[in-house]
Design a protein around this ligand. Structure first.
Ligand SMILES: [Zn+2]
Length: 382
């Protein structure tokens, strides 16, 4: 079983003979005499593509063999034309090589180890076993990109266990026997079974997006190459939309949002003042009444409560019920009575008007799903 992806990681198409094809749970399991399909391993997701007419769903390793899981059957003994999804593979090579360079730089600058790496989803995450600020991460980002610009050649070689002892290299586990090492000279030396770019320049760009505390260390979000470009373009489009909506320059959107939030909070304060005045007027109007039923249009639950409280504190000893809402969306309510015990009453109200809520014996809050007519009819009987 020749592993062509090690001989030439840039091989996109090849011909191979089908040695085995068996129906399994995850599709037809196919072995070839040679393959350029990289099987999932070492943090690198597998290649996809086509073997003959059959779509490749997954590629994994079983012992020494590479198993291709296909959508449909291929004939044993036949020579088939195979093509790997190169865009996917090259993207994974960019992300993987960048991960090595970045991890090597973090390791030599801070002594931290890469303890987790995921490149399967849209965002790549890299976990390190020590604390870092985002400023420190940005500093490494710059150093890593300068390394990319220098277009340094990647060296991949095997060493024996004896030679390995003399080398300073990164590895997630203790290794013995012959080991495959991937070196980005001057940045990193790491035991790895993945595929890598020939020159650092092919990574294009390394972009770090965030750095959060994670399991005693940090988790960094990063992207490289075209994936970084696409993501940055998405952010740019989003920021452009904000800039258009706020008539602000693209580099000044946050100050425009701050201004807007300030205006919003001023308006809220003004509105609250006006409501307070309105509530005081209503409280005066209802002093001494035995029953006050009010319908408002646009009060939120705080407003409903505040109005009921204002009337209660204004000197009304009767039953006070404040509603706000509409027949379509239902009504919020606040119901109270000085020194009253409304628990039984609220239970009745909720069951008659399809409502929910409660509170203290003399003050309840909740909502009903009923029309204003139905609410009025309920209170006529009270
Ligand atoms: Zn690796």
């Amino acid at each position: 079983m020749e592993k062509l992806y090690y001989l030439d990681p840039y091989l996109k198409e090849f011909k191979a003979t089908v040695l085995k094809c068996e129906k399994g749970e995850k599709g037809f399991e196919v072995e070839l005499d040679k393959t350029a399909f990289y099987p999932e391993g070492g943090g690198q997701p597998c290649d996809l593509g086509f073997i003959g007419e059959a779509k490749v769903l997954y590629v994994g390793e079983k012992g020494e063999s590479v198993i291709h899981y296909l959508e449909k059957e291929v004939e044993v003994g036949q020579e088939v034309f195979c093509s790997i999804d190169w865009e996917r593979r090259f993207d994974l090579m960019q992300q993987h090589s960048a991960e090595h360079i970045v991890s090597g730089i973090f390791n030599s600058m801070y002594g931290y180890n890469n303890v987790g790496f995921h490149m399967g989803s849209e965002m790549i995450t890299l976990d390190l076993d020590g604390e870092l600020s985002f400023e420190q991460v940005r500093e490494v980002e710059l150093i890593a990109n300068e390394y990319v610009f220098k277009n340094v050649e990647c060296r991949i070689f095997e060493v024996s266990g004896e030679e390995l002892k003399k080398l300073k290299y990164r590895s997630k586990k203790e290794l013995t026997g012959n080991v495959r090492l991937v070196e980005f000279p001057g940045a990193d030396l790491c035991a790895c079974c993945g595929t890598h770019v020939r020159y650092s320049g092919e990574i294009g760009v390394i972009k770090m997006f965030s750095c959060q505390a994670y399991k005693g260390g940090v988790r960094i979000e990063m992207l490289c190459g075209k994936r970084a470009l696409n993501y940055i373009n998405d952010i740019l489009e989003e920021n452009k939309a904000i800039s258009k909506l706020l008539s602000a320059k693209v580099k000044q959107t946050s100050s425009a949002v701050e201004r807007l939030m300030g205006e919003n909070s001023d308006l809220k304060n003004k509105l609250n003042e006006m409501l307070k005045e309105k509530f005081e007027v209503l409280a005066k109007e209802n002093v001494g009444k035995s029953k006050v039923i009010l319908k408002e249009n646009s009060l939120d639950s705080n407003g409903v409560r505040n109005l009921a409280n204002a009337i209660l504190n204004g000197g009304c000893d009767g039953l006070i019920a404040v509603f706000s809402g509409s027949d379509e969306d239902g009504y919020k309510y606040a119901i109270c009575q000085k020194d009253g015990d409304l628990r039984e009453f609220i239970k009745n109200l909720n069951s008659s008007l399809n409502g929910r809520g409660g509170g203290k014996p003399f003050f309840a809050q909740g909502s009903v799903v009923a029309s204003w007519n139905e609410i009025e009819r309920f209170f006529e009987g009270v």
